[in-house]
Design a protein around this ligand. Structure first.
Ligand code: NAD
Length: 299
């Protein structure tokens, strides 16, 4: 019969992490610590508004205080950086999240570098990227962190395995590759990108395949080794006249055909997506712990 694979549900795993966080936050509150996330949104991009709403709602579910700062799209670089500096020095605020993309000519790199590395819960500041590269991570950016937790909580051993990461972005591919090759995870990692030769040949050797390229259903079954673990980071909207919306979300992996070849596979939606918000919450709770002289949570 069909050799169905096990589904790695980010929905279920993130719900579990959120439950653990709730207990943790209750504990912190008995010590007089209320974890607090500042959420900065510039302009009115509809997708960004949805993300920000979901982040604030998850804060509320867990008991984290969120403080929203909604700025008009006429905001200048200087005004935005002044807000970030004020949040840096506000002792009530433990974490700062600035929703990207920024509208107009606003410079994201400059904003990231303005956020205090101690409050950079998105893990994007060069200091935090550097700490990951040195094997001493502080804040791990939320999507890579979510991928690691999906592997760990599904009981997948990474040590000595061949891991292939498709994509080398600073946000996703690069930190995942760095982390999987670091001590404790101990995979042998290959990073593939748009210039990689014989891509299918490389991916076919992967025990663990992470797809983060942003091309709908790019990874087909001929590119996957039988029994591989496949994590799909991609979120792509494609036309689908059969849906009321006229479109639907798919990942970077052709799920239906790869499902029968993989041992584990994460779906889209309901995979890495919900993990990303949960890990933002973890980083915010850890920020509040560190800023109060406590050790990080043990996840
Ligand atoms: P990006 O565009 O910054 O990077 C894409 C990477 O893919 C690049 O490094 C590029 O070299 C590589 N690439 C492009 N074409 C390729 C090809 N033909 N073969 C091999 N490599 C190729 O994208 P990103 O920010 O890293 O995001 C990747 C995907 O993950 C997108 O679909 C994005 O929507 C999704 N994403 C999901 C989450 C989440 O929460 N699940 C978070 C961030 C990004």
């Amino acid at each position: 019969g069909k050799n169905m694979s096990e589904i790695i549900s980010g929905k279920i795993i993130s719900a579990q992490i959120n439950r653990e966080l709730r207990q943790e936050v209750d504990q912190l509150k008995t010590k007089g610590i209320e974890p607090c996330l500042a959420v900065v949104l510039v302009g009115e991009d509809p997708a960004s508004e949805v993300y920000v709403r979901n982040k604030k709602r998850t804060c509320e579910e867990i008991g984290i205080r969120s403080i929203g700062h909604n700025l008009p799209d006429t905001t200048t670089q200087e005004e935005l950086e002044t807000l970030v500096q004020n949040l840096n020095s506000d002792p009530v605020v433990h974490g700062i999240l600035c929703q990207f993309p920024l509208p107009g000519d606003l410079d994201e790199t400059q904003v990231i570098q303005t956020i205090s590395p101690e409050k950079d819960v998105d893990g994007l500041h060069p200091m935090n990227a550097g700490l990951i590269a040195m094997g001493q991570p502080r804040f791990i950016s939320c999507t890579p962190y979510g991928v690691l937790q999906m592997l760990k909580r599904s009981g997948i051993s990474t040590s000595g395995k061949n891991a292939v990461v498709l994509g080398r972005s600073n946000l996703v591919g690069r930190p995942i590759a760095t982390l999987l090759s670091s001590k404790g995870w101990d995979s042998t990692v290959t990073v593939c990108h748009s210039r990689t030769a014989d891509l299918a040949e490389v991916t076919s050797k992967a025990d663990i395949l992470i797809a983060a390229i942003g091309i709908p259903e790019f990874v087909t079954k001929n590119m996957v080794k039988k029994g591989a673990v496949v994590i799909d980071v991609g979120i792509n909207r494609i036309d689908d006249p059969s849906k009321t919306k006229g479109s639907r979300l798919v990942g970077d992996v052709a799920f239906e055909e790869v499902e029968n070849k993989a041992s584990f596979i994460s779906p889209v939606p309901g995979g890495v997506g919900p993990m990303t918000i949960a890990m933002l919450m973890v980083n915010t709770v850890n920020a509040s712990r560190w800023q109060n002289g406590l050790a990080e949570m043990n996840l």
